[in-house]
Ligand binder design. Structure first.
Ligand code: PLP
Length: 409
């Protein structure tokens, strides 16, 4: 028999969301009449918008004709979509041949870890989107969790707390490391300022490290002073790649479409351009994003599509404002609950002083029949926090907030 892959075996306990589902299912079994509402998983809920649907339909129709049919496409994406992303979303600060279209940011994060390999040290914001850590563990870059420990031996956790404004101490970044950085942040909802990102870029360059910048939520930034891309920062082209996604701006969580930008200036220690190896990797183990999904993504980038994206993301931000208001209620204030995020991001990050995240999760489920996400699941510094997601139908969000008002803390 084959030996189990040691790196997969090193993965600590289950992924966060299966554990939430398990607890939710157990509650539903014990209370079959309970109408549970989820403010938990960051999955989009609102329908695709008309312009995007028209783009998808037109491509399906085209594929249904002898003249229009096409099979495999370019593994790196259609030229039209790559050009539109570079022009519309980056205002031309990246070139279209630096944009690699994919089946989503999560998949690209996994492939990037594979690109940099098991020898590369990894630093993550703590708390963080779990895929950065788990993807690193899977390729053998993170080692194991020491007995009784709370984090992997090979990962540098950079705490992002209320005290440091959810921006890490950059002195923690190891030399020659891969630094995962997400803004707007999942789960904290914090958005890094231009000044903070300028410091991040400067430290990464000084230490020979590479930033993997995750901008999956950039469409939620409303404050024009906040950068939407790491490439807005001078010097980033020599030290960063950016992964991003159509999932949260246009509801493509199920349709699947994302992209990664790899600038030509970024090089490995031996001088090889990173873009060369990324192209090789993508054209070898990836066969291109769905042509239908790409047509939908392209439709979202014209004038009508952009207006719809704005309206859709505004809708979720209004949900966020409703949740923030509920968390400012008398019961929460009396318990000293602190509320962060939710104004340029679809996540609200709330601290429950003196309580454990899973304990708060269970009591919100038990008393309010509302599912949220325990902050501890995102890393050691997430303990005592709960993440509330603004992705939900309005009536459900309003009802969940009404129930939260009865939570005894
Ligand atoms: N990056 C972050 C920070 C996320 O929160 C998510 C999804 O929740 C993703 C990436 C996944 O994006 P995609 O759907 O494009 O794989």
């Amino acid at each position: 028999m084959l030996n189990r892959n040691r790196n997969i075996a090193n993965l600590a306990s289950g992924y966060l969301f299966p554990e939430i589902s398990k607890r939710r299912a157990a509650y539903a079994k014990a209370h079959p009449d309970a109408r549970i509402i989820s403010l938990g998983i960051g999955n989009t809920t609102e329908p695709l918008t008309p312009r995007v649907v028209a783009g998808l339909r037109a491509e399906v129709d085209r594929l249904g004709t002898r003249e229009g049919y096409s099979g495999y496409g370019d593994e790196t994406g259609t030229t039209r979509l790559r050009e539109a992303i570079a022009r519309v979303l980056y205002g031309g600060i990246v070139a279209s041949d630096e944009v690699f279209v994919s089946d989503g940011a999560k998949c690209d994060i996994g492939r990037l870890q594979y690109l940099f390999g098991p020898e590369t040290k990894v630093a993550v914001q703590d708390p963080a989107y779990p895929v950065y850590v788990d993807g690193s563990v899977m390729v053998g870059a993170a080692g194991a969790v020491p007995p009784g420990g709370t984090g992997y031996a090979g990962i540098v956790y950079m705490p992002c707390t209320a005290e440091n404004g959810f921006f890490p101490d950059l002195a923690l970044i190891p030399a020659n490391s891969l630094v995962y950085f997400c803004s707007p942040n999942n789960p904290t909802g914090a958005v890094a300022t231009r000044e903070q990102l300028t410091r991040l870029v400067s430290v990464a360059r000084e230490r020979g490290s590479v930033i993997v910048y995750d901008s999956a939520y950039s469409a939620y930034i409303r404050d024009p002073a906040l950068p939407r891309s790491i490439f807005d920062i001078p010097g980033a082209r020599e030290c960063a790649v950016e992964v991003s996604s159509f999932s949260k701006p246009i509801g493509f969580t199920g349709v699947r479409l994302g992209w990664t930008v790899v600038p030509k200036e970024l090089r490995f220690a031996d001088g090889t351009p990173v873009i060369q190896d990324w192209t090789r990797l993508m054209t070898t183990i990836f066969n291109g994003a769905s042509n239908i999904a790409q047509a939908g993504g392209l439709a979202s980038l014209d004038e009508a599509g952009l207006a719809e994206t704005r309206a859709l993301t505004d809708f979720y931000l209004e949900n966020a404002a409703i949740i923030r208001e509920a968390l400012g209620g008398a019961n929460f204030r009396a318990a000293g609950v602190e509320v962060y995020g939710g104004d340029n991001a679809p996540y609200i990050w709330a601290r429950f002083p003196g309580k454990k995240s899973w304990e708060v999760f269970d009591s919100i489920l038990d008393t309010c029949r509302v599912v949220c996400t325990p902050g501890a699941g995102f890393g050691p510094a997430g303990e005592s926090f709960i993440r509330f997601s603004a992705f939900g139908h309005r009536d459900q969000v309003v009802e969940a907030c009404k129930r939260l008002a009865s939570l005894a803390l």
